[in-house]
Design a protein around this ligand. Structure first.
Ligand code: NAD
Length: 246
């Protein structure tokens, strides 16, 4: 088991890739802390995991609210005395073309996808550097590598996440903390629910595997990066898109 006894915080863990990551980390022996803005769903998801014998705790946390993030981190430290892994997974979309995008759409996505990642990373960074060991993993996207039609706000946030990753890898690497990003292609989760069927078909055919990814296929990349198998991997953004860019 790659993550035996490691304390791992996962944001946006009530559903999709976040929940799949919590499941995979638990299967690898981690003590998982599931955070989500949706309290009912994060409790249900955590209950499901705990029912399989995993060590799992739920926190209702809105990553845009620094005081909620700090309270969660303090509670995890009080319970476990360390934080080994942070997966900054929480993310949202509010799509519109540049000429139609409202300020509210722009601000909401930047707040969750960029400021939320900053809030959580800053809240654990000193703890990890004092431990002399830690891993921070950030959810970017292929949209953070290539841009995407109708996603000005989301693309800016996901490019920004890669900027965070490369900056923190330099700042925290010398203190034993590795920071990496994952750039999934299109993954079969609720985030794609608002995407019209025709566009979904286009997404599948733009990928050389001709299908969407399943959340577990992204969770396995987080598990690798979080583990000592990736002990010399720092500051990278791993694309997992079925070869979309080929
Ligand atoms: N699904 C994809 O195709 C895809 C592709 C590339 C990148 N990603 C990224 O992966 C991450 C997970 O995506 P997903 O498809 O599993 O999404 P999802 O919508 O299935 O789940 C996201 C979770 O984040 C939670 N969340 C939203 N705002 C929050 C906040 N302010 N604080 C805490 N939790 C919050 C939601 O309640 C939800 O449970 C996101 O960052 C997303 O941008 C997804």
């Amino acid at each position: 088991m790659k993550l035996q006894g490691r304390v791992a915080i996962i944001t946006g863990a009530a559903a999709g890739i976040g929940f799949a990551t919590a499941q995979r980390f638990a299967a690898e022996g981690a003590i998982v802390v599931l955070c989500d803005v949706n309290e009912a769903r994060v409790r249900e998801a955590t209950g499901k995991l705990a029912g399989t014998g995993a060590s799992a705790t739920a926190f209702r946390v809105d990553v845009t609210r620094r005081e909620e993030v700090d309270a969660m981190v303090a509670a995890v430290m009080a319970a476990h005395g360390r934080i080994d892994i942070l997966v900054n997974n929480a993310g949202i979309t509010k799509d519109a073309r540049l000429v139609k995008m409202t300020e509210a759409q722009f601000d909401a996505v930047i707040d969750v996808n960029l400021k939320g990642v900053f809030n959580c990373a800053q809240a654990v960074a000193t703890i990890m550097t004092e431990q002399g060991k830690g891993v921070i993993l950030n959810a970017s996207s292929v949209v953070g590598l290539y841009g995407n039609f109708g996603q000005t706000n989301y693309a800016a946030s996901k490019f920004g996440v890669i900027g965070f990753t490369k900056t923190w890898a330099r700042e925290l690497g010398p203190k034993g903390v590795r920071v990496n990003a994952v750039c999934p292609g299109f993954v079969n989760t609720e985030i794609l629910q608002t995407v019209p069927d025709k566009v979904l078909e286009g997404m599948k055919s733009s990928c050389w595997l001709r299908r969407l990814a399943e959340p577990a296929e992204i969770a396995s990349i987080y598990a690798f990066l979080a583990s000592d198998d990736a002990s010399y991997v720092n500051g990278v953004a791993i694309e997992a898109s079925g070869g979309m860019s080929l």
